[in-house]
Write a protein that binds this ligand. Structure first.
Ligand code: R5P
Length: 308
């Protein structure tokens, strides 16, 4: 087997390869002066099981194109199978036609991955689980919850209430509340623009509770901070956030620091910004992804990795 990576998050790919016990496969990736990408796989992969690790985070378009070109380079070298490993699947939020004349970009990305030559997808905490149905190839969908829940349990918080920051996050929040034996609340949010949200209502009682807002991703941190504001208004004791993909911008970090959120716990599914002294704890998903890769390689069940 071989594990390759592009430039999106080399550190994570190195950690994954280390956990599997092999070095990363050699690949040359260059940019032509006009920005075009050139890839050459520097290993003989004929008949091999190939895994290509690349979260399609910022800069999404560069990272997606680089991944597609790597898959194309690989497929022309006769491997037995190509698995695209996307710890974070970009464009996932564009998963439905909710206004006239808009694209379903999550489906377009799925089409591109398959057209390039992907035989199998390994990914984690998709924005919506139904995105699996955009693929007619096998999809292994992992959850970061076992890692985040273990961390939250270790904090030994009392009177915990898990909070979905919007109705779309209810399923995820329900899973966390079940695993932690905690209460459940939902914030009704209205998005004013790509960078601004407003929390309108809170369903559930959080008075005197330690609240943990859970979400699949944070970008501007607007959703988390608005949810925290309304929780504080309703008498929450301490407020934490647990988010799988921290696509957070510098302004997001500043927003977070100014918010009542004590700590954001997240994973290294995307490369880490320079958090400085930010209230952020980053947990590694490398071993989880490494285990899933080995299970795929050995035709074993991946679902056992969901157990906590
Ligand atoms: C939306 O449905 C997502 O789950 C996140 O809540 C949202 O995309 C986070 O974005 P931001 O941090 O910019 O508010």
């Amino acid at each position: 087997m071989f594990i390759f990576t592009g430039n999106a998050h080399r550190k994570l790919a190195e950690e994954i390869a280390k956990s599997v016990g092999i070095p990363l496969g050699k690949v040359e990736i260059k940019r032509f002066p006009d920005g075009e990408i050139f890839v050459q796989i520097m290993e003989n992969i004929r008949g091999r099981d190939v895994f290509i690790v690349q979260p399609t985070c910022y800069p999404s378009n560069e990272n997606i194109m680089e991944l597609l070109i790597m898959i194309d380079a690989a497929r022309r070298a006769s491997p037995s199978r190509i698995t695209a490993v996307l710890p974070y699947y970009g464009y996932a939020r564009q998963d439905r036609k909710d206004q006239p004349r808009v694209p379903i970009s999550a489906k377009l990305v799925a089409n591109l991955l398959v057209a390039a030559g992907t035989h199998r997808l390994l990914t984690m905490d998709l924005h919506a689980q139904q995105i699996q149905g955009f693929f007619d190839i096998p999809v292994d969908h992992l959850y970061a919850a076992p890692i985040l829940v273990k961390y939250l349990r270790a904090q030994q918080l009392s009177d915990v209430s898990i909070v979905a920051p919007d109705p779309g996050g209810l399923k995820m929040a329900h899973a966390y509340s079940t695993l932690l034996g905690a209460g459940l609340a939902i914030v009704a949010k209205q998005r004013k623009s790509a960078t601004e949200v407003e929390a309108l209502n809170l369903v559930g009682d959080v008075k005197g509770c330690n609240c943990v807002i859970v979400d699949d991703l944070t970008s501007t941190a607007g959703t988390l901070c608005e949810a925290a504001r309304i929780l504080e208004e309703h008498g929450a004791k301490k407020i934490y956030a647990a988010v799988t993909h921290a696509l957070i911008s510098d302004s997001g970090i500043e927003r977070l620091k100014a918010s009542p959120i004590e700590k954001l716990v997240t994973t290294n599914s995307v490369p880490r910004n320079d958090w400085h002294d930010g209230p952020v704890e980053v947990l590694s998903v490398a071993k989880l992804l490494g285990k899933a890769i080995m299970r795929i390689r050995n035709n074993q069940s991946v679902s056992s990795l969901f157990k906590i």
